[in-house]
Design a protein around this ligand. Structure first.
Ligand SMILES: Cc1ncc(COP(=O)(O)O)c(C=O)c1O
Length: 390
């Protein structure tokens, strides 16, 4: 019997016997690699994807992180990248060329959209945005030029849960590669390759890092897609810093324990907010009312601490009064660290296929690891300020 995921996460990418019994793999910094002979030099040249070849392409620290991420996502192999956005760009560039079409989910992380509408458009790659809830209806959008379909489920601002398996089936029938931004599940609560995904990316900056002190990404691939991903990252000169890979690896060891607490607190806050008269709607994939909730129940094994909410029709000044006075929840972008965050969001700015209909203010909350009662207290006082300023 194979190891359970929690045990695997503690053991993958780790060989104390190779490092004097030291528990964590050390940080190797390198550019030049010195070879013992011309024969060894030529052998390394012929196998650039295996072992230490040149510092740019990774050191044993990078490989340890990559091995652990590949186990987390149940993929064949992973490539570490300098950021989550670099992982998205590397994965897209691996499968798209001039004249190709890309189907991109309308709820995508906004820098992903900027990449498609800017750089990729300039390269002659056309992006068509689609409804996150399209399911197998995506078949109607697939053409022979469609080389890739990108899913991000749930969307990190609007939280629609996608039917990834149905989308992947239609994409494969049309010969397209399926790429997923799997950051919300942290790779732990959704198994991308069991649902037909070919390449899964993680912004390791979020839950894998977990402490808001590193920027790191990873692309996990199947055996069929790995070489193309790795070649693209090498061609682009991608490099993930060994110190950040070390921190990413350290974060992975506690990911499951932290995520369980993020989940519990996130649900506690979301349920409390749902009962408040100031709140119109909660956008939490694990709660009824979130678009795609039934798909979440079918496909996910858990939820992280990131969710959204739509307030009743308050002014932006009232929302600012609520947020400015927060003592525990901090106003901040990004997410996945130990600290709780709250942010006003503007989903309408980033939609083209299906306009965002709510005109009332939306907020995004990242539930951190604090005592949940302190967070509730902070939110309760914040809602009092919201009403006071209305
Ligand atoms: C869903 C999602 N994907 C990717 C990224 C990009 O990660 P990074 O900040 O490491 O580039 C982010 C960052 O906010 C994100 O929210």
């Amino acid at each position: 019997m194979g190891m359970k995921k929690d045990t695997l996460l503690l053991n993958s990418g780790r060989k104390p016997e190779d490092h004097h019994g030291i528990v964590n793999p050390p940080v190797y910094h390198a550019s030049t690699i010195i070879r013992a002979s011309v024969e060894a030099y030529e052998k390394a040249e012929n196998t650039p994807f295996d072992g230490v070849y040149y510092g740019l392409h990774g050191t044993p620290t990078t490989f340890a992180f990559e091995e652990a991420v590949a186990s987390l996502e149940d993929g064949y192999r992973a490539v570490a990248t300098c950021s989550g956005l670099a992982a998205i760009a590397g994965a897209l560039l691996a499968f798209l060329k001039a004249g190709d079409r890309l189907l991109m989910v309308d709820a995508a992380y906004s820098p992903t959209r900027r990449l498609c509408d800017g750089l990729l458009a300039g390269f002659g790659i056309e992006t068509t945005y689609y409804d996150p809830l399209i399911g197998d209806g995506i078949a109607d959008l697939l053409r022979k030029e469609t080389a890739a379909v990108f899913v991000e489920s749930p969307g990190s601002l609007t939280f629609e849960v996608q039917d990834v398996a149905a989308i992947a089936k239609a994409a494969h029938d049309a010969g397209a590669t399926v790429i997923m931004d799997n950051t919300w599940s942290a790779g732990l609560y959704f198994a991308p390759f069991d649902h037909g995904v070919d390449v899964s990316i993680q912004a390791a900056t979020k839950y894998i890092g977990g402490h808001s002190d590193l920027i790191l990404g990873a692309i996990t691939a199947t055996e069929e897609t790995f070489a193309r991903v790795k070649r693209t990252c090498v061609s682009l000169g991608y490099h993930a810093a060994p110190d950040d890979c070390y921190l990413g690896l350290r974060g992975l060891r506690t990911l499951s324990t932290r995520l369980a607490r993020h989940q519990e607190t996130g649900l506690h806050l979301a349920r409390w907010l749902a009962r408040r008269p100031e709140v119109d709607r909660i956008l939490h994939p694990a709660l009824p009312g979130c678009p795609g909730h039934e798909v979440w129940k079918r496909d996910f094994t858990g939820a992280c601490g990131l969710f959204g909410l739509v307030l009743k029709d308050y002014s932006s000044e009232a929302v600012a009064a609520m947020l400015d006075g927060m003592k525990v929840l901090a106003i901040g972008e990004s997410w996945g660290g130990y600290e709780s965050l709250i942010l006003p969001t503007k989903p309408a700015r980033n939609r083209t296929a299906v306009p965002w209909s709510a005109t009332a203010p939306t907020l995004r909350i990242h539930a951190g690891l604090e005592d949940p009662e302190d967070l509730i207290d902070d939110l309760e006082k914040g809602l009092a300020r919201l009403n006071g300023a209305a």
